[in-house]
Design a protein around this ligand. Structure first.
Ligand code: KG4
Ligand code: ZN
Length: 351
């Protein structure tokens, strides 16, 4: 079995990564910094009929899919298992049963090939997606994390050292998009649907701006309640709900909150670079607003491509590479590796 030092020294280090934390079964092969393949098998159509992800159904479908997704990733990369130097896997945060499928498969692969197993934190993976789409991005930079489960403003000090400046007090940004979507009758997953409908409306409905003690913290519960109250009042009066205006008003308020915090972090720390991470990073309004504000404040703004914003295994492979090259060795796992449903990115103010 190769040691961490041997992996570090390996030219064209080749990593096969597996991701199964929610409703995407994904596998990717990364050789050096070149992404050879990235296969994503989405279960959206299965979960859509339930209005959200059903954990047991997600686990079952991961079990059915994982083998063929790994085979496809190897075939598309044009490599075989003997070319792989290490197996990387998401072990948290996410749905426990779903994670266990990827973790189990990765353990079996690593064991049978006698190669190292690398455990990867899903949210750190989202940040690492930037190194695939924007290889020129070098820390330090302000990392704005906006996924379905996490929302935070951070300073990415080095490739492995992240300091959290602020986070959400309640819902994550993606969660808020999904809940608002449900209130106005849009299907799962709500984020892209809200974005689409918002294009047909105007941000004409007043939305509350939360006042937080810590200037980098967020809250989405006030916004969500404002949307619910607005819709219910309209319905009680028998008036038509201007759904497109609701979508546009919510999206504008949600995006402004994120952009404001990220720009403030860049201004106050003097680190004039912001990179976005996570599914909500695919949102066009967020991308445009942040780019515009960035230009205004002389801040460089980086986004992963839209497909790299949502869940994929390429970002897991890239994060594993960063942990191998620059980490403290704690990324090395063995057959006792367990999945973790929740996994804080870091402690506020700490790295
Ligand atoms: O990062 P991600 O793929 O999974 C997690 O790790 O949570 O994020 C999923 C979240 C969902 O809440 C989804 O609605 C949201 O990202 N999302 C979007 C868009 N695309 C995905 N939200 C707003 N606009 C989008 N275009
Ligand atoms: Zn994710």
């Amino acid at each position: 079995m190769k040691t961490l030092e041997e992996l570090k020294a390996k030219e064209d280090l080749t990593i096969l990564a597996i991701e199964s934390s929610c409703d995407e079964t994904a596998c990717a092969v990364l050789k050096g910094t070149a992404l050879l393949s990235s296969i994503i098998s989405s279960q959206i159509d299965i979960h859509k009929q339930y209005g959200g992800v059903v954990p047991e159904i997600a686990s079952r479908n991961h079990t059915l899919n994982v083998g063929s997704v790994v085979d496809s990733a190897l075939a598309e990369a044009g490599v075989s298992l003997k070319d792989i130097d290490a197996i990387a896997v998401t072990y948290g945060a996410g749905l426990l049963g779903a994670l266990l499928v990827g973790v189990g498969y990765a353990k079996a692969l690593a064991y049978s090939l006698s190669i190292p197993l690398i455990k990867v934190n899903h949210i750190r993976g989202h940040i690492a997606a930037n190194y695939i789409s924007n290889p020129e991005l070098v820390p330090p930079y302000v990392g704005l994390i906006v996924s379905g489960g996490h929302t935070a403003v951070s300073v990415v000090r080095t490739y492995t050292d992240i300091e959290i400046l602020g986070s959400t007090a309640d819902d994550a940004a993606g969660e808020a998009f999904d809940k608002v979507a449900r209130v106005i009758g849009l299907p799962y997953p709500g984020g892209p649907q809200v974005e689409k409908l918002a294009k047909e409306g105007k941000a004409s409905i007043e939305m509350p701006e939360p006042k937080m003690e810590n200037e980098y913290d967020f809250s989405y519960s006030g916004l969500k309640t404002a949307v619910i109250n607005y819709v219910h009042t309209k319905e009680q009066k028998g008036e038509e709900v201007p759904r497109a205006d609701v979508a546009a008003s919510f999206q504008t308020a949600a995006v402004n909150m994120l952009v404001k915090a990220a720009v403030k972090a860049a201004e106050k720390t003097g680190i004039k670079k912001i990179a976005i991470a996570g599914g909500v990073g695919a949102n066009g309004a967020l991308r445009e607003t942040l780019s515009r504000e960035g230009k205004k404040h002389n801040i460089d703004v980086y986004f992963p491509t839209k497909i790299m914003c949502t869940d994929n295994a390429a970002m897991i492979a890239m994060e594993a590479r960063m942990q191998i090259l620059y980490g403290d060795g704690s990324c090395l796992a063995d057959l006792t590796l367990d999945a973790k449903a929740s996994m804080p990115l870091g402690i506020k103010g700490k790295r």
